[in-house]
Ligand binder design. Structure first.
Ligand code: FES
Ligand code: FES
Length: 159
């Protein structure tokens, strides 16, 4: 079965005919070509597919596309400004070495964004907790936590 859904994607109004069994990850990557959101495990264990739906970080591999009808979705593609200036979280991940191969980075950044949007003063433990579902096979996490803390300390502003 197919269903026509409407949603906001990075602030743009979208209307899309979807198959009812599609996941949000499939819709974003395979149908819409937004490949910044990664597919790692495909079953809710790695966090590589994290996007924000109505201000909450979700695993898009477990989220049915039909459930975003009427919702507002944010993906990594929506973070940099149109002139190419990176979002403070993206810039901090670059500056602090929070990115190595980069596969986990979109998910890490979206989980961090959901946290800092809700709590701009999140402490170390709260950041760790927010990233508990995001796995990185490269960095060992110290640089990732430092990256989020640096973005928090900049208060959402690039230097
Ligand atoms: S791909 Fe969704 S949690 Fe791993
Ligand atoms: S930077 Fe490679 S998986 Fe995290």
């Amino acid at each position: 079965m197919t269903t026509n859904i409407s949603f906001l994607l990075n602030g743009d109004k979208i209307s899309y005919e979807i198959k009812d069994h599609w996941t949000l990850l499939h819709l974003l990557r395979e149908e819409m070509g937004l490949i910044g959101t990664k597919e790692g495990c495909g079953n809710g264990e790695c966090g590589a597919c994290t996007v924000i739906v109505d201000k909450l970080a979700v695993n898009s591999c477990l989220y049915l596309a039909i459930d975003v009808d009427g919702a507002s979705i944010e993906t990594i593609e929506g973070l940099a400004s149109t002139n190419g200036t990176l979002h403070p979280l993206q810039q901090s991940f670059v500056d602090k070495g929070g990115i190595q191969c980069g596969f986990c980075s979109p998910g890490m950044i979206m989980s961090s964004k959901a946290l800092l949007d809700e709590n701009p003063r999140a402490n170390h433990e709260q950041i760790k907790h927010a990233l508990a579902g995001n796995i990185c096979r490269c960095t060992g996490y110290v640089q990732i936590l430092e990256s989020v803390e640096a973005a928090r300390d900049k208060g959402g502003q690039n230097e």
